[in-house]
Design a protein. Structure first.
Length: 291
C-alpha cells in the first residue's frame, strides 16, 4: 500500500518516513510487506491508511499544484485525512490521533465483541427501523453505522443484535453481507473508548479548516475547532451519513469528486449516490498523471 507512490515521488517517501518516526516502528515496512493480518489490525490499519492517503495527496499536489479543491469530506477514518488536507490537523498529530483511535477502538472491541453487516436493497429508514426492532427484541445493541449510498447501509452492534437485524432484513427482501470485522464501529459498543479518546482530541492542536470539510455526523461543514473536536468524538458511536454528505457537497456546487488514498470504494459510492457527477481516484502514480 503506497509503495509505487514512494518509488515515483520523494514527497510520498518522506511522508511514510515521517510516520515511522512519529510512531516509533516501521509502519512503512508493514504497509509494503505485511503481514496482512498485522497491517489490518485496527491499531495499525488506521495510521497506515491515513499515511497512504496523505502520501497520495502530497504526490498529487506536487504534480498538480494548480488542482483546486472546493470542499472536502472523509468517510469515518477518512475524516482525519480530510482535516489534514484542509490544514486543520497537522499530519504528525493525525498519525498520533489515528493510532490512539485504533488502539482504543480495539480495546473497546475486546471488552464488548461485536460485528457488522452490509444491508442491501432496503431504504435507509427501513433499515433503521429494523435495527430498533431487533435491539428491542434481542436486548442487544444494533444500529446503523454507515449510510453509504441508496440501497447500501451498514449496521453494527453486538452479535445477537446484528443477527436479529439481519434476519429481519432478509425477511423484508434485503440482501445481507456480513463484514469481516471483530469490532462494532460507529455503535454504542464503542462507548468505552469515548472518554479516553475525547481527552486525546482535547489535547491535540486544531485550527479551523482552510477548505470546508463536511462532517460525518451532521453532514454539514465543520466551521470551528469546537465543532470538529465534538465531531471526532461523536463519530465513534454515531452513524456515518455519507449519502447526505455527498448530497451536501453537490448542493454546494461540486461536480467532480476525487478520491485520494488506497482503493476506490468511495468513488463507487459517489457514483451510486449521484450517477451524473464526474469521479476519479488517486492511489497510484498512474492515477496522479491522469488527475
Amino acid at each position: 500500500m503506497g509503495l509505487a507512490l514512494t518509488q515515483h515521488y520523494a514527497v510520498a517517501q518522506e511522508t511514510f518516513a515521517e510516520a515511522d518516526a512519529i510512531l516509533g516502528f516501521p509502519l512503512t515496512r508493514l504497509c509494503f510487506e505485511g503481514p496482512a493480518d498485522v497491517l489490518t489490525a485496527t491499531r495499525n490499519a488506521q495510521p497506515a491508511i491515513l499515511t497512504a492517503s496523505i502520501a497520495a495527496l502530497r504526490a498529487l499536489q506536487a504534480a498538480r499544484p494548480d488542482l483546486p479543491a472546493a470542499i472536502m469530506a472523509g468517510h469515518s477514518l477518512g475524516e482525519y485525512s480530510a482535516l489534514a488536507a484542509a490544514g486543520s490537523l497537522a499530519f504528525a498529530d493525525a498519525v498520533r490521533l489515528t493510532r490512539a483511535r485504533g488502539e482504543l477502538m480495539a480495546s473497546a472491541g475486546e471488552q464488548h465483541p461485536g460485528s457488522m453487516a452490509a444491508i442491501l436493497r432496503l431504504e435507509d429508514a427501513q433499515v433503521a427501523a429494523l435495527c430498533a426492532q431487533a435491539a428491542a427484541e434481542s436486548g442487544d445493541v444494533v444500529q446503523v453505522a454507515n449510510y453509504n449510498s441508496p440501497g447500501q447501509v451498514v449496521i453494527s452492534g453486538g452479535p445477537a443484535g446484528v443477527a436479529a437485524a439481519t434476519a429481519l432484513a432478509k425477511a423484508a427482501g434485503g440482501r445481507v453481507m456480513p463484514l469481516a470485522v471483530s469490532i462494532a464501529a460507529h455503535s454504542a459498543l464503542m462507548l468505552p473508548a469515548v472518554e479516553a479518546f475525547a481527552a486525546r482530541v482535547a489535547a491535540t492542536p486544531f485550527t479551523a479548516p482552510r477548505i470546508p470539510v463536511i462532517g460525518n455526523v451532521q453532514a454539514r461543514p465543520l466551521a470551528t475547532v469546537e465543532e470538529l473536536r465534538a465531531e471526532l468524538v461523536a463519530q465513534l458511536t454515531s452513524s456515518v451519513r455519507w449519502t447526505a454528505s455527498i448530497a451536501a457537497m453537490i448542493e454546494a456546487g461540486v461536480t467532480r469528486f476525487v478520491e485520494i488514498g488506497p482503493g476506490a470504494v468511495l468513488t463507487g459510492l459517489v457514483k451510486r449516490i449521484a450517477p451524473n457527477v464526474e469521479t476519479a481516484n488517486v492511489a497510484t502514480p498512474e492515477d496522479v498523471a491522469k488527475a
